[in-house]
Design a protein around this ligand. Structure first.
Ligand code: SER
Length: 341
């Protein structure tokens, strides 16, 4: 299934296509330049909706859906080496602002993932899906087990570092429930996501937004300031990870959109992808970073020595360096970004 198809199925399902009759307003992706003094760049689908969760602005709709451009550079050194780390990605999300909560979010996610492709879904076999819930979230575990029918052995509990989501800065937060797809024994050991996150790939994160957090130093080290004005839902499904699974490719760098840049870099250098691990990593880094550069430039960022400009400069510098490592000293940024979409 092409990336464009994954995106349109997502939006159709939430706009008006689910069996629960929960219509959502389709909201176009916001610019990567976050309207938030705490954030350099938009790093999650919920960022444009933050004031709605906090009750600072009354939302013009109770339910929304979007496919949001995101940039995350925290794991930049993992890019190209793992199957799933990207500095640019699109986050498909559905949001409820004081409307449906855990039960609605879980039922919607299950329906879209497991509905057959012929009926507008993504067609995942139920028995390949595992879920995690926050340590004491019996309510979510019960919904998964009793309402959806997932056997208890495929429901795992994880602590704050894994199953309590926040933006990493002060703002809305809450326990979350993640859905994983078992790619099979050739990818790692048995035992669910707590045993192996390469074999069990996270596809969807359902956040039960209910608290506001203050400043802190880590994923599990911050004060909870209080409850949000309304219990809300923020979910995120990485379009590129979904595409890797539905296109049957090994990693997110080989999906339809990103492969165009990877193939361009290969054509420009004459280095064949798949010939050795070192040049494969370089090609994957180039594909990822050139795509991120194109998206940043598209939203008005220019290379610089600080802030967003520095992020872009770093992306471009690493792209050029990796092209040099595999043999091209030509001015290649233009050609590579033309291949990005
Ligand atoms: N905000 C959550 C995430 O980024 C779910 O959308 O994973």
């Amino acid at each position: 299934m092409e990336s464009a198809e994954i995106r349109s199925r997502w939006l159709c399902f939430f706009e008006n296509g689910n069996s629960q009759g929960l219509t959502h307003t389709v909201v176009p992706s916001a610019s990567l330049i976050a309207d938030d003094p705490n954030l350099l760049l938009v790093n999650a689908g919920m960022v444009p909706f933050k004031p709605f969760f906090l009750g600072e602005i009354t939302p013009p709709y109770k339910r929304a859906t979007s496919v949001q451009k995101c940039v995350r550079t925290l794991d930049i050194d993992e890019v190209g080496k793992t199957t799933r780390h990207a500095s640019f990605f699109q986050m498909c999300g559905n949001f409820s602002f004081g409307d449906y909560f855990k039960e609605g979010a879980i039922a919607l996610a299950w329906e879209l993932l497991t509905n057959p492709v012929s009926k507008g879904g993504y067609g995942f076999p139920e028995e390949k899906l595992w879920v995690t819930v926050y340590l004491d979230d019996d309510e979510a575990a019960d919904i998964w087990h009793k309402k959806i029918g997932i056997p208890l052995e495929r429901i795992q509990r994880r602590d704050m570092a894994d199953n309590f989501w926040s933006m990493g800065v002060p703002g809305p937060c809450g326990p979350c429930s993640e859905i994983y797809y078992d790619r099979g024994p050739q990818y790692g050991v048995e035992g669910g996501p707590i045993a192996d996150e390469n074999r069990y790939m996270e596809v969807w994160n359902l956040v039960f937004m209910q608290n506001e957090r203050g400043a802190g130093t880590g994923k599990d080290d911050f004060p909870i300031l209080g409850e949000l004005p309304a219990k809300s839902i923020d979910t995120g499904l990485g379009l590129e990870r979904m595409a890797a699974l539905l296109q049957g490719v090994e990693n997110i760098y080989e999906i339809d959109t990103t492969a165009q840049i990877l193939n361009k870099a290969s054509a420009l250098t004459g280095v064949k992808y798949g010939s050795d691990e070192k040049s494969d990593i370089a090609l994957r880094v180039i594909a990822d970073h050139a795509r991120t550069s194109a998206m940043l430039i598209g939203d008005g960022v220019t290379p610089g020595n600080e802030g967003r400009g520095y992020v872009l400069r770093r992306m471009m510098r690493r792209t050029i360096r990796n092209m040099r490592l595999i043999g091209s000293h030509d001015p290649i940024m233009g050609e590579l970004t033309l291949a990005a979409n």
